[in-house]
Structures are given as structure tokens and as C-alpha cells.
Design a protein around this ligand. Sequence first.
Ligand code: LLP
Length: 416
Amino acid sequence: MQDLLALDGVDLASVAAREGTPLHLYSATAIRQRIDGLQSALQGVDATICYAVKANGNHAILQLMAKSGVGADIVSAGELRRALRAGIAPSKIVFSGVGKREDEIAQALEAGIARFNVESRAELDLLQRLAHARGVVAHAAVRINPDVDAGTHAKISTGKSENKFGVAVAEARQWFTAQAQWPAVRLDGLHMHIGSQILELEPIRRALQRLARFWRELALAGHAIASIDVGGGLGVRYRQGERAIDAADYVAAIRDALAGFDGRIVLEPGRYLVAEAGLLLARVLHAKQGSERTFLVVDAAMNDLLRPSLYDAWHDIVRVGDDNGRTTTTYDVVGPVCETGDTFAVARGLPRCEAGDLLAILATGAYGASMASTYNSRPLAAEVLVEHGRYAVVRRRQTLDEMLAGEQAATHWETA
Ligand code: LLP
């Protein structure tokens, strides 16, 4: 791998020295390139990109999305707040999720978001009740579970009939037939999302075809469909040499499957827009020679980046600096958290490292900071946005006091 010294013109050693580690960095330029690429592939299509906020909900990143005309796919009141605060127009916000709470739906109705992606009859009833109470009509799409295997990790596959997500076409059909039961809901959309980190176009094609077949059937039956939301899921390269789906091919598959559809197409990419724009800097605390393996103990841990622990996910790791003359050594790269699963890489070849060296864990812009916790009472890491040789702290490192705020002694007892 090439020597890694900088991201978007910002010297990694110097930003680490100034801001400390672990440190999440995101390249604004790289994110914009992804947005531009997808937007140009969508030229001529009536499409809205609703960025899946869960991938990385940092305020500065959402502002960048807003400025590029990108909307938001939200799954909670927290994400709604983030999207609105960053200036994303309610007319570009869609609300997904299998367990929306009453107060969350109410807040989204108040905000006047574009559409609810409904996943159960109970949710449809709830939406009817809450919209009716406010005297508004909520736009809704049915999330279809197309029963397609996305060929991705079991924990992030969502489009199989055994998954909790969406409803079968047969059930959706009944909803459309019985639409009059929900007069405060305009059921005029279809939605799907079959999984994440999808690297093959074939399952996407198959799912799109099923969705398209249902749309045609509904159209023939006289149900006007104004919006088809194809979800997210576009995979990225986590490993050098890995192949990902080209945005143009992805859009071509959507155009093909939905040929003749004259409503709006919604896309909900998360990872694709931000993953490869980010990296996590970690400092080597020490190299530890175990009886069977050599460990590189770094100051980032599973609380900063959970993906390797949770999904056995691979992230390329590089030593920051000039590797000239350093022999390749095989390391297990581990964090300080008291779990064996706190491992970023097993038996990974890296240039020989010593205490104080800086490592960059790559492609951590999506589902990195957004899945972070304070496990082992480790404060949340700082995040910086970089652009053309400059950087801005977009989340300051959490202090111990901030981490502890909210906890208190059991002095005030109540009865319930
Ligand atoms: N739309 C819906 C309804 C979703 O559930 C998701 C992701 C997305 C869009 C965005 O998917 P993307 O384009 O990012 O693949 N924590 C896991 C990923 C979980 C994805 C959950 N849903 C990971 O780190 O791999």
C-alpha cells in the first residue's frame, strides 16, 4: 500500500498531534465527489437522494448534504432533529424504521416531512390516528419485503421474508385495496431496502423487478403511485482490490426496472456517500509479544469503531508515515477494551511498528462515529472535517465531565 501522509491535504501526523487520538477524520471533498457522482448518474431522472443519517449524522456532514441538495432518510426523532438543524428541508425527509414511536411520528408530522415508510398495519393505524388528530394528510409508502437475499452479512441483510422489515406484497396489496380505512394517510408510495454493503448488482435487480411488478399491478388497478423509494445498500471498498458497484450501473438498473414510471424515485444511500471519505487515527500504545501472536495495542477501541467486533468487518489499516526500510510484520491490531472482540485486525501484515506510531484505519466514515459508545467509560472521540489542506473540529472530544453528566446518586426516591 502507498505511504499515507495526508487526507485531503491535511497532514495526518500533525492533526493527530494537535487534536489527539483516537480521531475520526472526514474529507469533505471526497463526500462531495460521491454526491456529485450519484447526482450526475441520476441526470434526467426525477430523483431525490435522501442520505441515510444513521451512517454518519454529524452536523457538519448533514450541512454538507443540505448544501448539495441532498435530503435525509431518518429513523428516529433524534435523526429528525439533526436533519432539521442542519437545514435539510422537511420536503426532502423520509422516515423509515420498523418501530416508530407515537411521539416520533407526531414530531415528524409537525415538521411536515415528505413521507413515512410504513412497515406494519399497526403503524398505518397509528399514522392515521395521529394525522387525523392534527387535521393533516400524511404521505406514506409501503415498505415491501421482496424476499431477496442481498448476499451481505446476515446482521445487515433486511430483505428476506424472515427479516423483521417491511411487509409481503400480498399484505401491501390488501392495504391498497382497503385504503379508504385510512383517510388521513395518502398511501401512494412504495419502498424497499434489502440490505447494506451490497457488492453485487444482481440481488438489487431482482428486488427492483419485484417492486416494479407490484407497481405495474397497482397502476393497472387504478392506484396512483407518486413515489418509489429504492432504499440504500450500495457497498463500498473496504479492502484494497475489492470491487464495488458503479453508481452509473446502479442507476441504470433502477432506470431499467422502473422504465415508464413517471413519479419520483427516492434513493437512501448512507455508506456510499461517506464511508470511504473517512478514516480513524489511532496511536500505537505498545507492541506486545504474546506467546502465540504479536499484538499492536492502539488507543482506539471497539467503542470508537464497532464494525470489526460486530460483523468481523475488514478495514484496511495503514501506518502513517514513510515505511521505507521497515520489514513487514504480522500483527493483531487490538484496542484497550476488556474484551477479546476488541480487535481491529487479525494476523495483518504491517510495516514494523513501535509505541507512538500512528495508524489509520480506513473507510470509517460510515457507521464509525455513529455507532460509537462510551463502553469502558471511554469518552467519545473527536471528529474533524478536512478540506483542501484545512480542517475543522466538527465534534470536540467528549470530556470526562460530559460523559458523566446526567448520572447522580440515588438520593431522590419516588414511588410508582
Ligand atoms: N435505508 C434504510 C431503510 C436502512 O435501513 C439503511 C441502513 C439505509 C437506507 C442505508 O444503508 P446503506 O446505504 O448505508 O447501506 N451498521 C451496519 C450497517 C447497518 C445499515 C442499516 N440500515 C454496518 O456498519 O455495516
